[in-house]
Write a protein that binds this ligand. Structure first.
Ligand code: CMP
Length: 151
């Protein structure tokens, strides 16, 4: 298992509903390192690029509108096997199907308001990190608890 980075976005509903602190807290408590983070009022062009793979699908336009409707919190998280781990913590895309204990399972009800986005694989993570952040915005540091996290 490799050390890797993933892109996470707390969507407008997560920010508006005051869930930012709780969501970040879950990642911190798990020992996942935040290496970049910012609040972004997303422009249409960025939203269209981010959801480019879904262009032409019926939910593309509503999703672009949703993501540009109010600020999001964008971040880069780092850790061993972090892409899969964060997808697990996020839960199924549809909050109705997401397991309790996951972010979407605990806080969401509808697929069009599913609180959070997380990269679904290595290539997507690289694309999304590069789309949302410059290399200067990504920090390199050690967390003081790292020695207690691993065997
Ligand atoms: P996300 O993980 O960000 O990836 C695509 C987003 O499109 C998804 O979460 C939802 O916010 C939104 N969406 C809306 N309807 C659908 C759908 N039927 N299938 C997949 N994604 C959808």
């Amino acid at each position: 298992m490799q050390r890797e980075q993933t892109f996470v976005m707390i969507k407008p509903d997560g920010v508006q509903r005051g869930l930012v602190g709780d969501i970040i807290s879950r990642f911190e408590s798990k020992g996942i390192k935040i290496v970049a983070m910012k609040l972004v009022a997303v422009e249409r062009q960025l939203a269209e690029k981010h959801y480019g793979v879904h262009k032409g699908k019926p939910f593309f336009e509503p999703t672009v509108k949703y993501i540009t409707s109010s600020p999001v919190v964008a971040m880069v998280l780092e850790g061993v096997n972090v892409i899969e781990m964060v997808r697990g913590m996020t839960g199924a895309t549809d909050p109705q199907k997401a397991a309790m204990g996951t972010i979407r399972g605990d806080y969401g009800q509808f697929i069009g308001r599913n609180i959070i986005h997380a990269s679904d694989g290595k290539e997507t993570a690289a694309f999304e990190i590069n789309l949302w952040f410059t290399s200067k915005e990504i920090a390199q540091y050690s967390r003081i608890d790292e020695v207690w996290l691993q065997e």
